[in-house]
Design a protein around this ligand. Structure first.
Ligand SMILES: Cc1cc2nc3c(=O)[nH]c(=O)nc-3n(C[C@H](O)[C@H](O)[C@H](O)COP(=O)(O)O)c2cc1C
Length: 187
């Protein structure tokens, strides 16, 4: 027997992507950080659902640049700081007790203690309900030494990335191991 899942809960049937913290700068150079869980990546783009009232949204529109930062389990407590609604101009990276690391190609900084980073440039946006889907091109990535395997794949188990499965009272899951699938046909 199957049970019905209402429209507003359909999304919960699919585990989300890992939670990210986006760092941006306004045109005066003030740093902002905020947490996001609703996004999709289709290389070379990442498309994030951002409420237009948020500082992240206005900063991306002002400067055209942002950095996607990936926390691990050790940084779990810091994520809630990035979910709080601080006044414009407050640097949430400092509020969270974390440090800024200059980025390789864009002005907004990386979060030094976080595991991995993707530097992005704004491409386009599309209104989707109460959010805007903001698309950025992924320009360059970086991660902690030791988190990339011999084939160049980022090790999500070692990094302890946190997938958000409940919101607004956040609950996360973190991958524990890999399962290798069998190739049944050749491409
Ligand atoms: C785990 C987590 C995930 C979140 N995901 C989203 C999201 O996908 N989209 C969104 O608009 N806000 C999301 N938020 C809320 C923003 O982080 C929050 O509104 C933040 O204050 C925005 O900051 P800003 O105004 O400095 O940009 C999330 C918050 C948390 C804690």
């Amino acid at each position: 027997m199957k049970i019905e899942i209402p429209k507003n809960r359909c999304g919960s049937l699919l585990t989300s992507e890992p939670v990210i913290v986006i760092t941006t700068m306004d045109k005066e150079g003030q740093v902002n950080g905020a947490a996001y869980g609703s996004y999709v990546r289709v290389a070379p783009l990442i498309m994030i659902a951002i409420s237009p009232g948020q500082h992240t949204y206005s900063n991306i529109k002002e400067t055209g640049e942002f950095v996607v930062n990936l926390p691990g389990r050790d940084q779990l407590d810091s994520i809630m700081v990035f979910g709080r609604n601080y006044p414009r101009g407050v640097n949430e990276v400092k509020e969270a007790g974390l440090s800024q690391l200059p980025s390789l190609k864009v002005k907004p900084p990386r979060i030094a203690e976080y595991k991995a980073h993707i530097e992005c440039r704004f491409k386009w946006e599309k209104e989707v309900g109460s959010h805007n889907l903001v698309a950025g091109e992924m320009i360059i990535g970086s991660c902690d030494e030791g988190l990339v395997d011999e084939e160049g794949h980022f090790d999500v188990v070692k990094a302890g990335v946190l997938h958000i499965v409940r919101y607004p009272k956040p609950i996360y899951i973190s991958p524990e191991r890999y399962f290798e699938g069998k190739l049944t046909m050749s491409y």
